[in-house]
Design a protein around this ligand. Structure first.
Ligand code: BTN
Length: 337
């Protein structure tokens, strides 16, 4: 059966990546059952997408590892190791908001696991009505569609599941230790590297769909490139590692980890199997925090989360309270975390 051009390209890329040596055009054309002209066109498109492919007469094509930051649909697809997450994938160089895009696709009947990824957003949305900046060429913005059949009050927990997926993914890609500021800011060395925004469409007492949007600061080169108000608190993978990181890989590894963790969550319908890992990465655990509850602020010592994702805080009067997300914020008393 003939595959489509996109699949051919992804498969050619996979073969080049695996071989780590020159592969002749003849071999590629025989292997994939396409003409040499078609192979040449695919290589050209891959190079346009940013892959560092060298071509030598008589020797063929060589994919130079670790060069460039090719962010593309093909680049993500090839690295996916999932059954449903990202299997329906739409890539955009630039868009308004990937959360908005996925909501539009959801209204048109897109399947569970649909992902929209973009290299830049012009109207990125953050939590609490804030905006989310994603400078061209250096960030990952992606959103995933879920079509669950659990009750709406279960859905906020998926944000925690995604935060765990991002932590696993970033650790895998960079080797750096990651941490979480409850409920879902992912940190490296105490600074925010990723934000997550979950939006839900409910009809009556049922969820129509949930969209989880993830923004990762990947290759931002200078602290000055962040908006002034978050400069002290934000970081990027490049600033932490000193190396450019593949945005396709970051996106794909987030999807891979998310599918694994979300399947566990969907079985339990709570976080019982995940709290231990989450709490081991929670920056506030055992530290003094200020809880900004609209009904009244108070301070206490943070514990961990329970199976519903609520944070336990031991107040100064000795009472232990369970804090839910939403309107409540928790701040470290001695700084951002
Ligand atoms: C936060 O305020 O910390 C959450 C930021 C979430 C940003 C992501 S980027 C992809 C998706 N699309 C959006 O418009 N926002 C989310």
């Amino acid at each position: 059966m003939r595959s489509d051009a996109k699949t051919d390209r992804a498969t050619i890329l996979a073969l080049l990546a695996e071989r780590r040596d020159f592969v002749t055009g003849v071999e590629l054309s025989r292997h994939f059952g396409v003409s040499r002209t078609a192979v040449h066109k695919h290589i050209k498109k891959l190079i346009e997408d940013g892959y560092a492919i060298e071509s030598q007469k008589g020797r063929g094509y060589l994919l130079r590892p670790g060069q460039g930051d090719a962010f593309s649909g093909d680049g993500i697809s090839i690295l996916l190791d999932t059954k449903w997450a990202g299997r329906n994938l739409l890539f955009k160089d630039t868009t308004g908001s990937t959360n908005r895009d996925v909501m539009d696709l959801a209204e048109d009947g897109a399947p569970h696991g649909t992902v929209v990824a973009a290299g830049h957003q012009s109207a990125g949305r953050g939590r609490k009505g804030r905006s989310w900046q994603s400078p061209v060429g250096s960030t990952v913005s992606f959103s995933i569609l879920l079509r669950p059949d659990y009750a709406p009050d279960t859905a906020p927990m998926v944000t925690i599941v995604m935060a765990m997926a991002v932590m696993r993914a970033l650790k895998k890609v960079t080797g750096l230790e990651t941490a979480v500021k409850w409920p879902n800011d992912v940190l490296i060395n105490g600074k925010k590297v990723c934000g997550i925004l979950t939006e839900m469409n409910v009809q009556g007492s049922s969820i129509r769909y949930v969209v989880i949007g993830v923004g990762v600061n990947v290759n931002i080169e200078k602290a000055e490139d962040f908006p002034e108000e978050i400069r002290e608190k934000a970081t990027s993978l490049y600033l932490e590692t000193g190396e450019k990181v593949s945005r396709s890989r970051v996106t794909a590894e987030c999807c891979n980890a998310f599918e694994e963790l979300y399947d566990i969550f969907s079985r339990d319908l709570d976080l019982r199997s995940l709290t231990e890992e989450y709490n081991s990465l929670l920056v506030s655990a055992g530290k003094p925090v200020r809880v900004l509850d609209p009904k009244g602020e108070y301070t206490g010592i943070s514990g961990g989360i329970d199976r519903l994702g609520q944070l336990s805080v031991k107040r100064e009067d000795g009472e232990t309270v369970r804090v839910s997300g939403g309107e409540v914020s928790v701040r470290g008393i001695y700084g951002y975390v």
